[in-house]
Design a protein around this ligand. Structure first.
Ligand SMILES: [Zn+2]
Length: 340
């Protein structure tokens, strides 16, 4: 009897050891491309309870997740470049995470879109940064980080006005061309403006040597893409942005790995994830367009549930702030809006 007990406990110990070893093996194989933050953030989060998580993506690029939209940090000898800043109320936790990645000054902050969860803490990180070591610039220009966004993003923020969105969140440094590029931390950084996407002012950021693209909400692993019609968004711009993304991403092996894509929300992805998302968004757009061609009303189109096939709603329909019905309605309005 005693021997039997000994045998069972040895067996149990071996099993525990084996599963622990298996877990270590899994985390060793995929340490940098998965984050558990797959669910959309609640509409009114209790910020005091939220924590941020940091992951190395590849090359110079790190992700800080959990502060609203995904925040990306490029770190090197030249200093720190941030893409987006998250919710204002999460800025202390993001700053602490940032300091663990690099103690160099923040030089540039690039904005992908308009929303509070991407641009809320702009002022905090601009003031914490510096463009040069030598103190105030020419003409007493404050020595803070440069805040960069498309000219259309600045125009939209200006139209919304300083009462609703503080001027300290507006990007003073803008570009009016489809792309803006510069060199930072030994790699080309290319900002790609995508008109009429989630809003009229969206951009993606391509780190060419690290081989990472940061997409903003054009690609959202937790939700159907948000379309802010009031501020210049449109379904066709989102599809155009996803197609541009597919042109510059290259898979490494069997459609896996290679160029890493950081979505606006959710886990780090690769080209194949973008391909599936682009196909999903295009199929739903086409279903709505076909129904419009048949002169169906919005209510009739909603009743056909154009977003419900395969895993679409199971996977992307859990965002209470942006339901499948809201997505379908926005596609309908986007496709039927009078063109200026
Ligand atoms: Zn977002």
């Amino acid at each position: 009897m005693k021997n039997l007990f000994l045998k069972i406990s040895t067996f149990a110990a071996v099993t525990v050891f084996a599963s622990a070893a298996f877990a270590v093996l899994i985390s060793a194989q995929q340490p940098q491309i998965r984050t558990p933050r797959q669910m959309p953030m609640p509409a009114n989060p209790d910020f005091s309870k939220l924590e941020v998580q940091t992951l190395h993506v590849q090359g110079n690029i790190h992700l800080i997740a959990g502060a609203g939209g995904n925040i990306v940090v490029q770190a090197g000898d030249d200093g720190v470049l941030m893409v987006d800043t998250g919710y204002d109320k999460m800025s202390d936790k993001v700053m602490a995470a940032l300091k663990k990645i690099s103690t160099k000054p923040i030089r540039d902050i690039v904005l992908t879109t308009l929303a509070d969860d991407h641009t809320g803490a702009n002022e905090v990180f601009v003031k914490a940064g510096s463009v040069n070591q030598a103190g105030p610039g020419l003409g007493g220009r404050p020595n803070t980080a440069d805040l960069i966004g498309s000219g259309d993003l600045l125009r939209i923020m200006t139209e919304i006005g300083p009462d609703k969105i503080s001027v300290n969140r507006w990007p003073p440094k803008t570009f009016l061309t489809p792309r803006m590029d510069f060199y930072m931390n030994d790699e080309p950084v290319i900002i790609m403006h995508i008109p009429e996407a989630n809003t009229g002012g969206d951009s993606m950021v391509w780190f060419r040597r690290s081989d990472v693209v940061v997409t903003g909400d054009i690609f959202d692993e937790t939700s159907f893409p948000h379309i802010d019609l009031e501020h210049g968004g449109g379904i066709n711009g989102i599809i155009e942005g996803l197609n541009q993304l597919l042109e510059i991403t290259v898979p490494k092996h069997l459609q896996e790995g290679g160029t890493m894509v950081v979505p606006g929300h959710g886990r780090i992805s690769d080209e194949h994830d973008v391909l599936e998302y682009r196909d999903m968004v295009t199929i739903i757009r086409n279903r709505v367009q076909n129904a419009i061609n048949k002169k169906m009303t919005l209510a009739q189109i909603k009743a056909t549930k154009p977003s419900y096939t395969y895993e679409y709603e199971l996977r992307f329909g859990n965002n209470k702030a942006w339901t499948p019905e809201m997505f379908v309605e926005a596609i309908y309005k986007s496709l039927t809006a009078a063109k200026p």
